[in-house]
Design a protein around this ligand. Structure first.
Ligand code: AR6
Length: 175
């Protein structure tokens, strides 16, 4: 048995789930893309919680790790912040991208979150090619998410190109 993986095209801040994952940066203090959208819609409570976490992470959150905060005004109980790797054409950083998914799921399971929404981590500002990011994300979630602990892992893809890349990766993984 593998976990139920669903795909939707849309805005991750509009999802109703137990936990949604933020493609953050090491500072945890906000940014553009998904990160900006989550803080805008979720309100200042999320940033306040991030600041509290930073007190015990003086150098910030390392790439590939994940931590949870409150979800403020979002329709979720938790935001799980993870830091994706910046794409490199000369160095294979896919283990770090896999680690983001694994660590976010580990934190979600600890919190008892049974429905989790992921964005396409690293595929925006961090420039990871969509097809490859989708392959790593889908494969890692299938391997790491215990179906007894999760009802649904949902990838929320902002545009058609991202949706198509994830649909292709999911179809390939199901074969
Ligand atoms: N809902 C779902 N997906 C979105 C949304 C949204 N509201 N907005 C953008 N995307 P990015 P990264 C897609 O740049 O590449 C931030 O400044 C977007 O089209 O958010 O991991 C952080 O603070 C793309 O496919 O994350 C970091 O500094 C995907 O989400 C840095 O960007 C990820 O794009 C992280 O870069």
């Amino acid at each position: 048995m593998t976990v139920s993986i669903t795909l939707v095209q849309g805005d991750i801040t509009r999802q109703r789930v137990d936990a949604l994952v933020n493609a953050a940066n090491s500072s945890l203090l906000g940014g553009g893309g998904v990160d900006g959208a989550i803080h805008r819609r979720g309100g200042p409570e999320i940033l306040a919680d991030c600041r509290r976490l930073r007190a015990s992470l003086p150098k910030g959150l390392p790439t590939g790790r994940a931590v949870a905060t409150v979800a403020g005004k979002l329709d979720a109980r938790h935001v799980i912040h993870t830091v994706g790797p910046v794409w490199s054409a000369t160095e294979d950083r896919s283990e770090l991208l896999a680690s983001c998914h694994r660590e976010a799921l580990r934190v979600a399971a600890e919190l008892g979150a049974r429905t989790v929404a992921f964005p396409a981590i690293s595929t925006g500002v961090y420039r990871w090619p969509l097809d490859d990011a989708a392959r790593v994300a889908v494969r890692t979630v299938r391997e790491a998410a215990d179906p007894a602990r999760f009802d649904e892992v949902r990838f929320v893809l902002f545009d058609q190109a991202a949706y198509d890349a994830f649909a292709k990766a999911l179809a390939a993984a199901d074969r």
